[in-house]
Design a protein around this ligand. Sequence first.
Ligand code: PMP
Length: 422
Amino acid sequence: MESYWQRAQNVLPGGVNSPVRSFKGVGGEPFFVKRGQGPYLFDDQGRQYIDFVMSYGPLILGHAHPKVVAAVSEQATQGLSYGAPTDLEVEMAETLVQAVPGLEMVRMVNSGTEATMAAIRVARGVTGRDRILKFAGSYHGHGDSLLVKAGSGAATMGVPDSLGVPKALAELTLTVPYNDVDALRTVFNAVGDQIAAVIMEPVAGNMGTVLPQPGFLDTVRQLTRQYGALWIVDEVMTGFRVAWGGASRLFGLEPDLVCLAKVIGAGMPVGAYGGKKSYMQEVAPLGPVYQAGTLSGNPVAMAAGLAQLHEIHQPDFYSQLEQKTRTLAEELVARGRAHGIAVSANTIGGMFTLFFSDMPPRNFDEVSHSDHARYRKFFHGMLEQGVFFPPSPFETAFPSWAHTEATIQATLEAADRVFQQL
Ligand code: PMP
């Protein structure tokens, strides 16, 4: 009998609905998920995995958290979508506006991709400029303007500059290396008055986790102000993942526009973009920048997101998550090094990446020079031990509230056995 993986490849490109799921970055065949519970995934062969992919970030409480499941079930009995306003949308918008600096008005959408596409449209609309600037190895979804030197799956698949993006559009996207203030200054000196916006991950997560170096974010803010460009802080991954209110709140940033998704949707298809009222008032129906969505602000999705946000908004939630993440990352590095392996990690909040390199990378180039062959071996070794790490060296791992001390210890013991074979 044909397996689901064989059947999948006949009817889905590469057998998947998002490239990284294919395991092309690490080789081998993906497993098929039957269910998730807390920190665990269970596949259709009855195998159990400690999950550090966590749907690539949304599941900060773990799989199938009872409060989130209850909120979804309850809302579902009241209807799945209306095409008319609901209280839930207002509650979500108010929650986000209260939490995120610079967010005065927000529009809900259905994915991170939609959020970044719309934010760029707003920036181009209000500035009357066409060029945008992004950082090499950052990923901001698959909008045409953003698939230029893109990270995440685009880097893993070897297509950072996608075919099918009109040349005329790609040429409007400038790129500089992450953390490179000199390169940034040079570009702004040359064409700063043509740049509508800088879009960036305040902590890069799509080249693996890469932290902003001291002064980097300040320089971006200063240059965008000086040249009249908007600063779009893409917090799709970092939003409510590194801190309540995201990296903007953690670092005290003053973004013009912010993009959100993942954690605010708790695993439902949700995104959001927003910022200063003066900019968001340009969005239809108030203004001439058009953006819309049949399922935007979907009541089931809003109920899920609100339940999760409510649950995590308590003192100590993030300090505990960060502590857990840091312990895991630091212990992995220590144990790897004890086996003579060159390994390092970048960590913040509930995000970390293990790199097979002496020093923690500071940009995409340095990530590219880490030992990817070793990462692949590590990934498969861990999978055999029942631990699911991201299937690419260009991704971030996401511990959750549900990852107990015991799950962390089990992961470290598995890693000890795997490091021995590397
Ligand atoms: N921006 C960032 C920073 C992301 O990490 C991602 C997805 N990983 C996106 C945008 C795109 O989001 P989505 O996959 O929901 O379209």
